[in-house]
Design a protein around this ligand. Structure first.
Ligand code: F6P
Length: 359
């Protein structure tokens, strides 16, 4: 199959490093004699005729370090059941793909975008997926770009909270993102020297958390830091939901940190405050790690296209970037294994996950 033109789109929530992928795709594709077309706002770029534009290397100069995505993105744009209208635009997308004379597509996104990409692949669209999410919850790849940046930001935030918490003898609860997984909380909690880490994979008992905080106070600690994943929940209880799931939309999580702070103040008698880091974790410049990973992903995606290896997702399997079938990764979530070495190490250091046996 001779190739001359490829498309690239970014879908789902943004993650630092998206621009680095776009830059790598455009530069390496153009260096191989391919023309690149950027599709705006995920698959909407294949629905609306004015949302596609040719991308040349000059268009991607200077974007390596920029957060967000120059192509725009949406997590409400499933063409098979569009959130705005409920309509199925998939046939329109396939038609537009051919109208644009595209020979292949690079779809950069998380679980939702990759699932859509897989559906289009099954309907004959030659494409390659690139995994993206700050949550690090995609199977098949050791890591996704955006995660390192989110963890670095959350770690800096915890560092700052340490000094103010210590000054006031407070319990400081910091809520991080991660949806139904606790990767960000676990990594930032360990990197920031947190005393308690609550993750969705380990339902917690707040009495145990209070025990740990009380014990620390008795031993002379002036403060305690509790890192809470937004999707964590108490044993036998529910996650903290801002907006329930609806057609084409996942439930919006949030507010657990504030709830936990109030409850802990009650249980420990120590003053407690909460901070929700929210979208600050997704914004801003990618770390050097994420820039390199995103660049490797983009380069590998073009390599797969040139080799005619479609229906694959590029994946980080150190020391290599490999290709795995999309069929093996879509519809699955990479939870934190409860016996992960980092969980065991954290426990060995005295970090509580709120599930310890009472003393
Ligand atoms: O999947 C990335 C993520 O940032 C999650 O950690 C978070 O739950 C969700 O997206 C927030 O999505 P939105 O920006 O649509 O509120």
């Amino acid at each position: 199959m001779s190739l001359s033109r490829i498309g690239v789109l970014t879908g789902g929530g943004d993650a630092p490093g998206l621009n680095a992928v776009i830059r790598a795709v455009v530069k390496s594709a153009c260096n191989h004699g391919l023309e690149c077309v950027g599709l705006e706002d995920s698959f909407d770029g294949l629905i609306h005729p004015d949302q596609a534009r040719v991308l040349e290397p000059r268009h991607v100069t200077g974007i390596l370090r920029r957060g967000g995505t120059i192509l725009g993105t949406t997590n409400r744009g499933d063409p098979f059941a569009h959130a705005a209208t409920g309509q199925d635009y998939s046939a329109r997308c396939l038609e537009r793909f051919h109208e644009l004379a595209l020979d292949a597509l690079v779809a950069v996104g998380g679980d939702g975008t990759l699932a859509i990409a897989h559906e289009f692949f099954k309907r004959g669209m030659p494409l390659v997926g690139v995994p993206k999410t700050i949550d690090n919850d995609l199977v098949g790849t050791n890591s996704t770009f955006g995660f390192d940046t989110a963890v670095s930001f959350a770690t800096q935030a915890i560092d700052r909270l340490h000094s103010t918490a210590e000054a006031h003898r407070r319990v400081m609860v910091v809520e991080v993102m991660g949806r139904t997984t606790g990767w960000i909380a676990l990594y930032a909690g360990v990197a920031g020297g947190g005393d308690v880490i609550l993750i969705p994979e380990i339902p917690y008992d707040l009495e145990r958390v209070a025990d740990r905080i009380g014990e620390r106070a008795r031993l002379g600690a002036r403060c305690s830091i509790v890192v809470v994943a937004e999707g964590a929940s108490p044993k036998g209880g529910e996650a903290s939901i801002v907006t329930p799931a609806s057609e084409g939309r996942l439930a919006r999580l949030g507010g657990l940190g504030a709830r936990v702070a109030v409850q802990l103040e009650d249980l420990t008698g120590q003053e407690a405050r909460s901070v929700r880091l929210g979208h600050l974790q997704r914004g801003g410049e990618p770390t050097s790690f994420d820039r390199v990973l995103a660049t490797r992903f983009g380069g590998k995606a073009v390599e797969l296209i040139l080799n005619g290896e479609f229906g694959r997702m590029v994946a980080n399997r150190p020391p290599d970037i490999v290709a795995v079938p999309l069929a093996d990764v879509v519809g699955r979530t990479k939870q934190v294994p409860t016996d992960l070495d980092l969980v065991r190490t954290a426990r060995a250091l005295g970090i509580s996950f709120g599930d310890e046996e009472p003393a």
